[in-house]
Design a protein. Structure first.
Length: 174
């Protein structure tokens, strides 16, 4: 969008980006549950990839967890697409830049991150949806926390390289 147009509408580049992200979110977020549920709907149009590709996605998820636990935002650079949509359990929405910055926060000390019940569903050759449970424990502002979340990550294979394009987590309260 030209700067003149932004200035005339009293928009900053940042607010224009936020609006663009919200439009993208409105289009993509309704699809996330479909990725997670399509496997259980009896769809025969979702060919199963070899277990090697499943292991590859799970290894990338593990690398993501390690990067978060070690506060290594640089390790996340190659795991996430530039226009990532990250929806956290508290309903906050982050871009790739915002999510990488949150990983480095000093007020959160992660002690343990574990995944359980991981399942990878493939849609064609280029899209995979990973579902499962994400547990994290640590301290935030000096107070201990332990969270358990249902997680869906959508991965895109571009030129033989898998990157996460959307992530959504929901807090499990029981």
């Amino acid at each position: 969008m030209p700067r003149r147009l932004l200035a005339s509408n009293r928009l900053t580049l940042e607010s224009a980006h936020a609006r663009s992200m919200l439009r993208l979110e409105k289009r993509l977020l309704p699809c996330l549950p479909c990725f997670a549920c399509a496997r259980f709907s009896g769809s025969r149009n979702s060919p199963k990839k070899p277990s090697g590709e499943e292991r590859r996605i799970i290894a990338l998820e593990s690398a993501w967890d390690q990067a978060e636990q070690n506060k290594d935002s640089n390790a996340l650079e190659n795991l996430l697409v530039e226009n990532l949509i990250y929806v956290d359990y508290d309903r906050s929405i982050s871009t790739k830049r915002q999510f990488r910055a949150s990983v480095k926060r000093a007020d959160i000390a992660g002690e343990q991150i574990n995944n359980e019940g991981l399942t990878v569903h493939f849609y064609g050759n280029d899209v995979a949806a990973r579902t499962g449970i994400y547990r994290d424990k640590g301290r935030q502002n000096g107070k201990r926390f332990s969270r358990r979340r249902r997680l869906t990550n959508v991965w895109l294979n571009q030129n033989g390289r898998w990157e996460c394009l959307a992530s959504q987590s929901t807090l499990i309260t029981h």
